[in-house]
Design a protein around this ligand. Structure first.
Ligand SMILES: Nc1nc2c(ncn2[C@@H]2O[C@H](COP(=O)(O)OP(=O)(O)OP(=O)(O)O)[C@@H](O)[C@H]2O)c(=O)[nH]1
Ligand SMILES: C=C(OP(=O)(O)O)C(=O)O
Length: 204
């Protein structure tokens, strides 16, 4: 099955606003790019086999960095996350993808094994695979077969909304739970945990 990945990243000056209380704008920009590099490095792992990794953003700095890290870049036209993802899904399917894996740019601990697990579930027959965040509220990765044309519903309670949209269409949905994929870096506590885990790994 031909898989493409899709990574959305907001403009740097708007990104990670929930971290404004603990990070300066420059530190937030650096964090977004640090996480994007980690996500793209993970998705480029040959063990997964993505044919294309699409990076969709309205920020030229993000697009330039992403291209250097192996992404195929799409200049976002919609100005909103779900519109940006629709744009990228259209590009992926036009380029021959049979399934896409949407991976937000803020899941830096995701592993190649997570991506292999989700693409394997799709290849084995799931129409949609949802990786919820640690609170089981957000969507930290979303795999969709070509025919599973559910509307992207990222935002509040998105994991439940994606599951409901798929169920309403009679699609086969699988939930993929993973401690490495469950951590998206939104709030100060997430940032503390991310830094602790990466220090731990560096020391081991
Ligand atoms: N291309 C694109 N990506 C977006 C947009 N909004 C959010 N994202 C990305 O989608 C992922 C999840 O979004 P959020 O967790 O809300 O990240 P964020 O918007 O930077 O954080 P906050 O400003 O705190 O909401 C992150 O990688 C964002 O960069 C958008 O309008 N366009
Ligand atoms: C937009 C999303 O990310 P977050 O919950 O981090 O805002 C989502 O999970 O749907």
């Amino acid at each position: 099955m031909k898989f493409h990945a899709i990574v959305p990243v907001k403009t740097l000056y708007q990104a990670k606003s929930r971290l404004a209380e603990v990070l300066t704008p420059a530190a937030r920009h650096a964090l977004v790019l640090e996480m994007l590099e980690r996500v793209l490095r993970t998705l480029r792992d040959p063990a997964i086999g993505f044919e294309v990794i699409w990076l969709v953003s309205a920020d030229p700095v993000v697009l330039e960095a992403g291209a250097a890290w192996g992404a195929s870049v799409l200049h976002e036209i919609g100005g909103e996350l779900n519109l940006a993802l629709e744009q990228a899904r259209t590009a992926a399917f036009a380029a021959g993808a049979e399934a896409v894996l949407v991976v937000p740019g803020d899941v830096p601990l995701m592993t190649p094994e997570d991506a292999v697990a989700m693409t394997t579930l799709l290849a084995a027959g799931a129409d949609a695979v949802i990786a919820p965040d640690a609170a089981n509220e957000g969507t930290n990765a979303l795999g969709l077969r070509r025919q599973a044309l559910i509307p992207f519903s990222f935002g509040l309670a998105s994991a439940m909304r994606h599951q409901a949209e798929a169920a309403a269409r009679g699609l086969h949905v699988t939930i993929y739970q993973s401690p490495t994929l469950a951590l998206d870096i939104d709030r100060p506590a997430h940032l503390v945990r991310y830094r602790a885990l990466t220090l731990e790994r560096a020391a081991s």
